[in-house]
Design a protein around this ligand. Structure first.
Ligand SMILES: [Zn+2]
Length: 639
């Protein structure tokens, strides 16, 4: 355990000896500025006292071992990676609530928990069937051996004709489309998994690195959007033989792609194509050789398919605790406490699916930070503003906990002066820390610059407050945000993200800094929200894409609300200066069709947008206050 030896080295004896004189001069300036702010109402003496106490408090960061003890528990074998919807996540929630209670935080609305529903993993039913009729001869296939439904499969039945569609990919960026010139409406489509030339470093599809097109969810959604009623994806075509039909497991993607979708063993796939006079391996080799699709109807083949899956909706909990202030204004200090559980979804080491993904840095480190800040701030007397400490569930599934909170706030959001989010703060390297969102509030930059930096170096280049973590939910509600992040590393989203790799010394330094900034947000002038024009890449609104092609496609401008409505995509926000904004679309609208195609979920929109080019004009229909509204959106290029 490397951290103990460096305990408390960060305390600068000088600071303590001289009271607050160790703080940089600027401190007084901001203090002076305060004198002119409405804070004036509370006695100047009390304000000085508050600032002194806060400063003294942050001269001595939290104890490293106390900080680490939370991470050790949250990232322990016992909690099995804290998957949303698992009993282990509930244990983590109870642990955090106990810490909040012990620190003297008050429950909110009578509880330390805010419950909300999530759709957890799909479960297989007993009625999964697949029968092939090949040249008139029936072949009943074995469930879980010859075929298995994919987790995002829709439940339902299909029987009828089949069409071969190569890899089932439409990739304008690679000038490749397996659906070009073929009609698959009301048919079942049969396709290869992954993408062309997958073992070739120079492959057109981003070399050996998979693009989004290789993902099951993208293929099944693309099939549906071309009118197919079901999809069959063949197991891997290996140099000799075929890959196993994968065990039913959670793969990335929408809860429900909307059509039945199964994986079929390559051996059976060979028989299916042979019945239509085709040789599977020849087709595979030919497409890889010249990247020319060979999609065609499959005569003498009839498919009868039934996919039987159920999805459970479970209640999970955000954990909340409040430290009241003298006014009803408050600061939010938050972090997500869920992680990937056994890593069946979003793992960066898919071969370790089924193994606990401990999530020590992601995000036990931020959660432990929230607990330690709560303990520290409960010792600060006479707080002008209150502090709402929160840990969110469902972040890995799409910011579900924070999005639920901002849409069902337990305290009035207009009283929230700012939101501080800590996600992955445990792996500071070379004293470097990323701070996002500094442009979203009038005086945030100044607050950051006038707080003692504890020897850390800050990259504040991302100012807009949008990104792949919970602060985004608050930005969409015009609450100024600050996002603290120590950077990605090789253990990200892998079982190897373990507690022994946490750099506690720098993490507690960072907490001291965050505490200093928070202290100012409690006492100083209230930041006013500023809408920052987005860097272009934020426009597509997809999170967690594999590589390369996530940046592809025209600009649109919506930030999706990941808590999906029953049908469509709800806009959590529409960015200024974007095609969507120019067309008059706004936050709260629910998109139900794009370019004449029904949009059932975010995946549909992602696939449809990816197939358009800058300069294309598309018709978009949204639901606004129950009324449908159709507008024309002129898509632009990303800069
Ligand atoms: Zn994560």
């Amino acid at each position: 355990m490397r951290l103990i030896r460096q305990a408390r080295t960060t305390i600068r004896p000088q600071a303590l000896a001289n009271g607050q004189s160790a703080l940089p001069a600027t401190r007084t300036e901001s203090h002076a500025a305060n004198r002119t702010s409405p804070a004036r109402s509370s006695s100047p003496m009390r304000l000085i006292l508050l600032t002194l106490t806060t400063a003294l408090l942050w001269a001595a960061p939290p104890a490293e071992e106390a900080y680490l003890s939370h991470i050790k528990f949250l990232a322990s074998d016992k909690l099995k990676g804290r998957g949303t919807g698992t009993p282990e996540l509930e244990q983590a929630a109870d642990y955090i609530a106990r810490q909040f209670k012990d620190a003297g935080l008050q429950p909110v609305a009578g509880s330390y928990f805010q419950r909300f529903p999530v759709t957890t993993e799909a479960k297989l039913g007993g009625k999964n069937r697949l029968t092939l009729t090949l040249q008139g001869k029936k072949l009943s296939l074995k469930f879980n051996q010859d075929f298995v439904p994919l987790n995002m499969s829709g439940s339902g039945e299909y029987s009828g004709e089949a069409v071969f569609v190569g890899y089932g990919i439409s990739a304008p960026e690679y000038n490749y489309d397996d659906y070009a010139g073929i009609d698959v409406r009301d048919k079942v489509v049969v396709m290869f998994r992954r993408e062309p030339q997958e073992t070739d470093d120079k492959a057109t599809f981003n070399g050996r690195v998979y693009t989004r097109h290789a993902q099951f969810d993208s293929k099944v959604t693309n099939a549906k959007l071309h009118g197919a009623k079901a999809a069959i994806i063949l197991s891997d075509v290996l140099s000799s033989g075929y890959g196993e039909v994968e065990k039913f497991a959670k793969n990335a993607g929408p809860a429900n792609a909307g059509i039945p979708a199964v994986m079929l063993d390559g051996e059976e796939g060979e028989k299916l194509l042979a019945a239509a006079g085709l040789k599977l391996r020849e087709l595979h080799t030919a497409i890889d050789a010249d990247l020319k699709p060979r999609s065609q109807p499959l005569p003498n083949v009839a498919v009868a398919l039934r996919a039987d899956l159920s999805r459970e909706v479970r209640q999970v909990r955000n954990v909340v605790g409040y430290l009241p202030g003298q006014t009803d204004e408050f600061l939010v200090v938050g972090a997500h406490y869920d992680h990937l559980g056994l890593g069946q979804q979003f793992s960066m080491a898919p071969n370790f699916a089924g193994k606990p993904h401990f999530g020590a840095d992601d995000n036990a480190s931020g959660t432990a930070g929230v607990i330690e800040l709560a303990k520290q701030f409960s010792a600060v007397p006479n707080r002008k503003r209150g502090i709402l400490f929160m840990t969110f569930a469902g972040e890995e599934l799409g910011l579900l906990g924070s999005s639920f909170f901002v849409n069902n706030p337990q305290l009035p959001l207009e009283k929230a002066v700012a939101m501080i989010n800590m996600d992955m703060i445990g792996r500071v390297k070379d004293n470097r820390v990323f701070i996002g969102g500094s442009g979203t509030g009038t005086n945030l930059k100044k607050l950051l610059e006038t707080t003692p930096d504890q020897g850390l170096k800050f990259d504040t280049s991302e100012t807009a407050g949008y990104g792949s973590s919970d602060h985004t939910s608050f930005t969409t509600k015009q609450v100024p945000v600050l996002f603290f992040f120590s950077g990605l590393h090789a253990d990200y989203h892998k079982p190897s993200d373990t507690w022994d790799k946490i750099n506690t010394t720098d993490a507690v330094k960072l907490l001291a800094y965050v505490g200093g900034v928070a202290g100012k947000l409690l006492a100083e002038e209230r930041p006013q929200y500023v809408r920052v024009l987005p860097p272009q890449s934020a426009h597509t609104g997809t999170v967690g894409s594999v590589s390369g092609s996530s940046g592809y496609g025209p600009s649109f401008g919506s930030i999706p609300d990941f808590a999906e409505p029953p049908k469509g995509v709800r806009f959590a926000d529409v960015r200024d200066g974007t095609p969507a904004a120019a067309a008059g679309l706004k936050a709260g609208d629910i998109m139900i069709s794009f370019d004449g195609k029904d949009v059932a979920n975010l995946m549909d929109f992602t696939v449809l947008l990816r197939q358009k080019k800058p300069g294309d004009e598309v018709e978009v229909t949204v639901l606004r206050n129950g009324q449908t509204l159709t507008v024309k959106v002129l898509l632009t290029a990303r800069k």
